[in-house]
Design a protein around this ligand. Structure first.
Ligand code: SF4
Length: 260
């Protein structure tokens, strides 16, 4: 799936979610209407104004989010919008997606894409030395005997896996490169490197949890390729890693020939 349909899944789901929340809110208002009147003559009006304000704020926030995603540039509050997407909207969308029969993997992919777009919508540029390239261990060729999790620069550059290209990229840009076997080690590597931004490669599930764990730290997520199934001899499109590195380290300028 390309990035545009991923974005559309998110927007479609979010519009549906807002519609659902609005309908539930109106329902909640209408059902106890008579009872509220019995409590106090002004109670229905107070409840109506409060609920209207909540739904209005929700619609405004979602409209702002959609506009930001479509424009690809900050209007305002894109940092806060990312927080709302991560902490509030994503969990709701997983539930709504389940009701609509959309797989969790697809929703996670769209979440990662939207996260990336919101980071790019307000990117201030970071120092190369403070960018962390965080890679999963399954990128390493399975039969390679070299232990690269402790020091990735032990790679002998045989070219049987993408680690060779990643080491070259890290040296070219002067960034940290770490290979982690799981979430605990990944968190430790982040704590050690204390980066200003992370470019992470992983499956949609690990990228989602990593983005949530690291927030408010910006994490650009790049989905790995899994030609042999999950967690085994995976790969990554090096051009995507290179573009993200170039974008972040060169003051958030889009490399020529890219659309975003
Ligand atoms: S490129 Fe490096 S990590 Fe990959 S198989 Fe060769 S030596 Fe091992």
């Amino acid at each position: 799936m390309t990035d545009e349909p991923k974005k559309r899944i998110f927007i479609g789901l979010i519009v549906f979610t807002v519609f659902l929340i609005t309908a539930v809110t109106v329902g909640l208002y209408l059902i106890p209407y008579i009872g509220l009147k019995n409590i106090h003559p002004l109670a229905p009006r107070v409840v109506c104004i409060t609920m209207g304000a909540v739904v209005g704020f929700l619609i405004f926030g979602v409209a702002l989010l959609i506009l930001t995603l479509i424009r690809g540039r900050e209007i305002f509050w894109s940092h806060r919008l990312r927080g709302i997407v991560i902490e509030v909207l994503f969990p709701i969308m997983v539930v709504v997606g389940k009701i609509l029969g959309i797989s969790k993997a697809k929703i996670q992919q769209s979440f990662v894409e939207v996260n990336n777009l919101l980071i790019r919508a307000k990117c201030n540029g970071v120092r190369s030395k403070r960018i962390l390239l965080l890679m999963p261990h399954c990128l390493q060729f399975n039969d390679c005997a070299i232990k690269i999790t402790s020091d990735v620069y032990k790679c002998q550059a045989c070219g049987k896996c993408r680690i060779k290209d990643l080491v070259e990229l890290a040296q070219q840009y002067g960034v940290h490169l770490s290979v982690a076997t799981g979430g605990t080690l990944a968190r430790r590597r982040v704590a050690e490197a204390r980066p200003e931004a992370i470019i992470a490669v992983a499956c949609e599930r690990d990228l989602t949890s990593g983005i949530q764990d690291a927030y408010p730290l910006p994490v650009i997520g790049i989905l790995n390729d899994r030609p042999h199934g999950p967690c085994f001899n995976t790969s990554v499109d090096i051009a995507k890693v290179s573009e993200a590195l170039s974008y972040l380290s060169k003051g958030c300028q889009k490399p020529r020939g890219t659309s975003r």
